[in-house]
Each structure stands twice: as structure tokens, then as C-alpha cells.
Design a protein around this ligand. Structure first.
Ligand SMILES: Nc1ncnc2c1ncn2[C@@H]1O[C@H](COP(=O)(O)OP(=O)(O)OP(=O)(O)O)[C@@H](O)[C@H]1O
Length: 746
């Protein structure tokens, strides 16, 4: 801080780096005014009392709006630094509600039957439509499921800790981050002002004031500048009149008079430029904020995250814009005292991640021009407070690829939480899903209310999408999409309520791109007769895969055994990714042991047919590969009205996979009559009734059972199966396997 009495252009120093000036110093500093009187002189009293008067009389800015009065007592940087780094130091007494109060679980506010039928889709709620369900006011109470994440957010808000949330899209990460802002104290919010620095034009000064005061200060400065300009203009016209009068009447020199008047005019204009430059730039304005700020910095460039200084094309000659006016805040500055949310944090470049770390560590961060070629790069402000709580979100990749130091900072000073994808399907939870539908209808604001049957259909869909027996999906964004489409259909029909029929139509309409592609694919394959779904073929097996998250597709696997020119090898094609490659290797182990042919002299070719650009991932096709190769080796036909999915252990056990429901539906759509799935996946089957009638599901736990169903003939087949059983045994049945592999779609 400069306490020099001749510092007559800068703001009073109470900023980030400097100590608060004493009253005497305040009087000697000019608040950015040339004539340096009115604002400072009025501020000579006790700053606390003056602050109070500013609060009491906002309608009289000139009387109360001295900068000194409005500036906070402490430097923002020091305060925020300690808060950012040592969240646990926060005095809980400052923040009245207890964690229990903040986090009390909100039940659904609607009448409930005395004796709740556990199968009732509405969980016993006695309602006719979503109209009968009240919606909690606070966002944190609207969050459904994710109990653990919710508790963490409440604790983190209280203790001012950073949080990393990892999980699937649409499960409520940004909703929880927004909810946190409601739990943060609003009283702490600040406005940030940037002032011209008369000592160094490229180092604008930074000051913080309580929220709402920034606007008042800027208005007061503008008013001041306006009055000063008015005075100057008045003076200018008097001088011009005198000069012109003298030139015309006394000296008789008209031209000289006009020239002199012009010069006087330009001189005054040039001089008045300075007063505009003294108006501070209100960098962060929280005057209208009802909660602590929420800033989503996902996918933004460095400037949007860290702030920037605009280029000035003029730079000199009186046309330039003063540097403090060109300063733009970044999300880290706007999130001060609030929440900075960054999804897919690993997509931020390393430099930005490093700067982010500095901002977290220091609780303040200077703004400079981000482009080296811009005149903004010459400018660097004093540090601007960045006392935010960071919520980093993403999937598992985000965690692995983020800057290790940033990760450890969150770990060291915060919480990490994994978001659930599904939740147990209980009457209590279903009641909350009813409230979810009501919330989505209310949030949209235009949809007709959902009647009870429409809500039931949404809950059934939540069950189906869980892909896990006895569970409901927590991927609410997608489910919310279904609610909106159904509501839109009802609205287009001018219906009073959204009904089950509207939801069913919406399900049909809101098919994902992958679903549409999958259907298109099936149609095309039918056209070209690539889809075989009857008779027997050697070395060809109908495999099943999942496209995207919710679309099954039938993909044949073909195998051929040829004499080898050199040592025999297994060659797999079809753009296999790492896991699929490994599964083929595992299958080869069984085949080698099983076959009485000399495989050293043979090449085994395995082709995943028509996989397209995306290739094949996962190991869920391993029983398909094994069946195709055994069929080709032994020259035994495989049933073509059968499809299968399952992972295979090297000992022949069939292990669970993901997406069985979608795969079974794809097999049914393709015209297959039977589908083989791993026994362990039996509980995950949630297919619609129409498909259940179309296809028989056979759960298996060993490859011998697969061959039993898939291969043609009797005698030869039986001896094959007996041989396979004898060489593999069953690790699962023996109890020798630690547990099934994690489900993975093909
Ligand atoms: N747990 C939940 N409870 C209630 N509604 C939810 C929940 N999760 C998501 N929603 C609804 O889905 C919408 C989208 O969720 P949100 O943006 O929070 O997901 P996200 O996990 O941040 O996803 P992404 O990572 O794709 O941004 C929310 O605005 C809300 O309407």
C-alpha cells in the first residue's frame, strides 16, 4: 500500500496484499479523484459506524458511499488463503445450522396409505397426479438417492472443503454442486472492484467490499465523474466565450479566435478523459445474488477460467482504454465464496490445472492477459480473491488423467465420492421417484401434470433402465428427458394430464441415437440377408453386443480353421480392442486343451463380422468365440436361431456380462428364438413382456451347457461335451473362483 499523501489517483488501500489503512491514512488518500476531497473527507469517522450507515441508508449514496466506509476491514487475500487451505479451521459457530439440520432427509409431502403394499409402484402414495405432491424448497432436499454424496456435500459446505465426484453422467453431480451454494453463508459474499493504479498503469489495484456495495461505489464514482465533467464543460464554454469575444470584439481576429476556441475545446476534452478512468471496474458483482455463487467452468478456455485482460488496439495517444477497465474475471474469481464446478476436469490443459491449483492454494489469483500477442499480456492485476469450494466431477478417466498434484490437493483438503448408478427399489424410494416426476414437471413449468398411471410407467422405466433386479436407475437426466418428452406430447394434444399413453409414446420417440442406429443396422442386415436366424451353420454364431448404453445389437462371429504355413496361431479380426483381444486369448487356452487335433499345424481365424468403425470391446463375446471355433474345428453346425452372450473363464465357466436386457431384446428383434445368457445375469433381465413372449432365455454357467444348446446333432455332440467337461471341470462349481468378473458389454 502506498500511504503517500501525494497518491491522488488510486483507491484507498484495503486490498488483498496490503494492510488496512489507518484513519489518518484514509484521509490522505484520494479515492481516485483528482480533486480529492468529497469522498475521503466524509469518511473520517469510525469505519464500522460508517459501514452501518451505508447499510441503513442505501438511497443516499453521496452521503454514505465513501470508498473507505464501504471497504471491508480485512484484506480479502489473507482471510481466504487460510480458509482455502485449512477448511477445518472454519469456526462452525459462525454458521448456525447443524449438519443434521442441513441434511435431514426429506420424505415426500403427500398422503400415504396406512398399510403400504410393497409392490405398489407409487410406494403407497394416495395421489391422483403430480399436482398432489409438494416439492421441497431447497435443491439439496430435491436430490434423490445419492445419500452418501449428499451427506458429503453438506459436510463439505460446512467445513469449506473441496469435493471430487466421480460417476455416470446425469446422476446429479452438478445438481449437488448447485445445492451446495444454498448451504454456504450468503453474508460472506463480496464484490470485487478493480481500480486504476496511478503508480503503474499495468498493475491495476484490487479491492473487495461486501456484496451489493460494489455497485454503489461505482455509481458514486460515475456520479462524481459526471459532476466533474459538467463543471469542466461549463468552465470550458466560459473560457471559449471569453476568448472568442476578445478575438472578435477587441482584437478583430475571427480566425485566430476560432482556432484558439478549438484548441481550448480539445484541451478540455483531453483533460476530462482522466475522470472516466477513475471509475473502478466492478469485476465481481454479487448484488443480486440470492445464494453463494455457482460457476460452471466445464470445458472453458483458460481466459474463462482464470480471467483475462482484453487487447487495446489504441494503447496510447489518448484513445486507449485504461487497463483496469479491460480486466475480465475468470470463473475462479466469480466463484469467490461460492462453488466452482468443473466437469471432466482432466480435459483442462495442464497449465490451467496448475493455475487452478495455485488459486486453491493461495485463495487469490492475479488476472493477466491470456494471449501473449495481446496488449493485455502486459497487464497483471493485484491478486483477486478466489476463495471458492471446488467440485470436480467426471468419470473414472477424469480421475486417472487429472494433474496428480491437483488430485492430491482435493484428497488432502476435501472429499472424494463415488456416485451410485442404481438404488434399491423400495416403497420409500419409489415415493421419491414420484416426487422426482413432480420436480421435473415443476422445473419445466409448461408440462401438464402427470397422472398416477403415467408416474407408474416412469417408475417402471426407472426399474428397466437400472439393468439390475430390485433396483431403480439413478441416471435422472435421461429419465427427466423421458418425462419432458411425454409432457410435450401431452401438451401438443392440449391434454389436461400427461397419461401412460403419452409416456409410452415418449419412450418410442426418445430413442437414443444408438437405439435408432441399432434398429437401422438390423433392418439393413435383413435387406442383405446377413441376419441368419434359422437352420445350422458351421463356424458361425450369433453374438450380442451393446451400442452406447441402452441398445443391443446382434453381431455374428465366424471362425475358420486352416492348415498353417508356420507355427499355428489364432488370428482375430474385427477391430478388437484390448479386452476383446485378451478374451480371444483366454478362449484359445480352452480350445488348445480341448482339441485332439494338432493345433500347432493350424491357424484359427476368428472374425467379428460387420463391427464397423467402433470395433469390439469387452469380453462378453468369449462364449460366442469359443462356440464358433469348436464348431469350425469339429465341423459341427451351430443353431442360427440362437444368440448368446457371456464371458468365459479359462476353466470354462460362463461369467456375467453387462447389458443383458438390451442384448436379449436385440436377439428377439433379430428373429432368434433362443438366447443364452450367464446364469449370474438371470436376475438382471428386465425385458418388456412383448419380447418375453418372442424368445426363450436359457441361463448357463458352463461352456458345456452352451454347446449342449447350440450345437447340431446328438451323438457326436454328446462326446464333444463330455470331452469339454472332462478337461475344464468347473471352477465356479468347485468354488475355486474368487468371483465373477465385473460385467462388461462386448
Ligand atoms: N439425484 C437426483 N435427484 C433428482 N434429480 C436429479 C438427480 N440427478 C439428476 N437429476 C436431474 O437431472 C438433471 C441433470 O443432472 P446433473 O446435471 O446434476 O447431472 P450430472 O451428474 O452433473 O451430469 P453430467 O456429468 O453429464 O453433467 C438435474 O437437473 C435434475 O433435474
Amino acid at each position: 500500500m502506498s500511504n503517500d499523501t501525494d497518491t491522488d489517483d488510486g483507491p484507498p488501500d484495503s486490498g488483498v496484499n496490503d494492510e488496512k489503512p489507518s484513519t489518518t491514512d484514509d484521509q490522505s488518500v484520494d479515492n481516485g479523484h483528482d480533486d480529492g476531497q468529497q469522498l475521503t473527507e466524509e469518511s473520517a469517522g469510525d469505519p464500522v459506524d460508517d459501514q452501518q450507515s451505508a447499510d441503513d441508508e442505501p438511497s443516499q449514496p453521496e452521503a454514505v458511499l465513501t470508498d473507505d466506509e464501504l471497504f471491508e476491514s480485512g484484506p480479502s487475500g489473507g482471510d481466504s488463503r487460510s480458509r482455502a487451505n485449512t477448511p477445518s479451521e472454519t469456526n462452525d459457530d459462525d454458521d448456525p445450522p447443524s449438519i443434521e439440520e442441513l441434511g435431514s432427509d426429506v420424505e415426500v409431502d403427500a398422503p400415504i396409505a396406512d398399510d403400504v403394499d410393497k409392490d405398489d409402484l407409487l410406494g403407497g402414495l394416495l395421489i391422483d397426479s403430480t399436482e398432489d405432491v409438494s416439492i421441497p424448497e431447497r435443491l439439496v432436499d430435491q436430490v434423490i438417492g445419492q445419500e452418501h454424496a449428499r451427506d458429503v456435500i453438506i459436510k463439505a459446505a460446512k467445513q469449506r472443503r473441496h469435493v471430487m465426484m466421480i460417476g455416470s453422467p446425469g446422476t446429479g453431480k452438478s445438481m449437488l454442486a448447485k445445492a451446495m451454494t444454498e448451504l454456504l453463508p450468503k453474508e460472506e459474499l463480496q464484490d470485487v472492484l478493480i481500480y486504476h493504479n496511478p503508480d503503474d498503469g499495468n498493475k491495476p489495484k484490487v479491492r473487495t467490499v461486501p456484496a451489493g456495495k460494489g455497485e454503489q461505489i461505482v455509481d458514486a464514482h460515475k456520479e462524481e465523474a459526471r459532476k466533474r465533467n459538467q463543471m469542466r464543460t461549463f468552465l470550458m464554454w466560459i473560457i471559449i466565450a471569453v476568448v472568442l469575444g476578445y478575438a472578435l470584439i477587441i482584437a478583430g481576429q475571427i480566425l485566430l479566435g476560432i482556432l484558439a476556441a478549438g484548441i481550448i475545446y480539445l484541451a478540455f476534452r483531453y483533460a476530462s478523459r482522466g475522470s472516466d478512468a477513475m471509475v473502478p471496474n466492478l469485476l465481481v458483482n454479487n448484488s443480486d445474488t440470492t445464494t453463494a455463487p455457482f460457476r460452471d467452468a466445464t470445458g472453458g478456455h483458460a481466459g474463462a477460467l482464470l480471467g483475462d485482460v482484453r487487447h487495446d488496439p489504441f494503447q496510447s495517444g489518448g484513445m486507449e482504454t485504461p487497463s483496469h477497465d479491460r480486466v475480465e474475471p475468470g470463473a475462479i474469481h466469480k466463484a469467490n465464496k461460492g462453488v466452482l464446478f468443473i466437469d471432466e476436469i482432466n480435459t483442462l490443459d495442464i497449465r490451467s490445472q496448475q493455475h487452478l491449483m495455485t488459486a486453491i492454494q493461495e485463495g487469490e489469483f492475479s488476472i493477466t492477459g491470456q494471449s501473449e500477442r495481446s496488449s493485455g499480456a502486459m497487464v497483471q492485476t493485484e491478486p483477486v480473491p478466489t476463495d471458492f469450494i471446488m467440485i470436480a466431477a467426471g468419470n473414472l478417466d477424469a480421475m486417472e488423467n487429472m494433474h496428480p498434484a491437483l488430485r492430491s490437493r482435493i484428497k488432502g483438503y476435501g472429499y472424494e465420492v463415488y456416485m451410485e448408478d442404481t438404488i434399491e427399489d423400495t416403497p420409500e424410494m419409489r415415493r421419491k421417484y414420484v416426487r422426482f416426476v413432480a420436480q421435473e414437471v415443476a422445473n419445466d413449468g409448461r408440462l401438464p401434470q402427470f397422472d398416477d398411471e403415467a408416474i407408474e410407467e416412469i417408475i417402471l422405466e426407472a426399474r428397466r433402465r437400472a439393468g439390475r433386479k430390485g433396483h431403480l436407475t439413478l441416471k435422472f437426466r435421461d429419465l427427466g428427458g423421458l418425462v419432458r418428452v411425454a409432457g410435450d406430447i401431452a401438451r401438443a394434444e392440449d391434454a389436461e394430464f400427461t397419461t401412460r399413453d403419452h409416456v409410452l409414446q415418449a419412450k418410442e420417440r426418445s430413442r437414443s441415437i444408438e437405439q435408432q442406429l441399432a434398429d437401422e443396422f438390423i433392418e439393413r442386415r435383413k435387406d442383405y440377408e446377413l441376419q441368419v436366424s434359422d437352420g445350422y451353420q458351421v463356424g458361425r454364431v450369433n453374438g450380442l453386443a451393446v451400442m452406447g448404453e441402452d441398445s443391443g445389437i446382434m453381431l455374428p462371429v465366424m471362425a475358420e480353421v486352416t492348415p498353417s504355413q508356420g507355427p499355428g496361431q489364432v488370428i482375430a479380426t474385427g477391430q478388437l480392442k484390448e479386452m476383446a483381444e485378451e478374451s480371444v486369448q483366454n478362449v484359445s487356452a480352452i480350445i488348445k486343451k480341448f482339441s485332439d487335433q494338432n493345433l500347432a499345424e493350424k491357424d484359427v481365424h476368428i472374425q467379428f463380422v460387420q463391427t464397423g468403425q467402433s470395433g469390439v470391446d469387452g469380453d462378453s463375446a468369449s462364449i460366442t468365440v469359443a462356440t464358433a471355433v469348436i464348431s469350425a474345428l469339429e465341423d459341427v453346425g451351430v443353431s442360427q436361431n440362437l444368440a448368446m452372450t457371456g464371458s468365459l473363464s479359462v476353466r470354462g465357466d460362463v461369467l456375467p456380462v453387462g447389458g443383458v436386457t438390451h442384448k436379449i431384446e436385440a436377439a428377439a428383434k433379430a428373429g432368434c428364438k433362443t438366447v443364452i445368457i450367464p446364469k449370474a445375469n438371470e436376475q438382471d433381465v428386465m425385458i418388456e413382456d412383448e419380447y418375453r413372449e418372442m424368445i426363450e432365455i436359457i441361463p448357463v454357467s458352463h461352456i458345456s451347457e452352451v454347446l449342449e444348446v447350440a450345437l447340431e446333432g446328438e451323438g457326436e455332440k454328446d462326446s464333444l461335451i463330455a470331452r469339454l467337461k472332462s478337461i475344464t471341470g468347473s471352477a465356479l462349481q468347485d468354488g475355486n473362483v474368487a468371483g465373477p468378473s465385473s460385467p462388461s458389454p462386448q
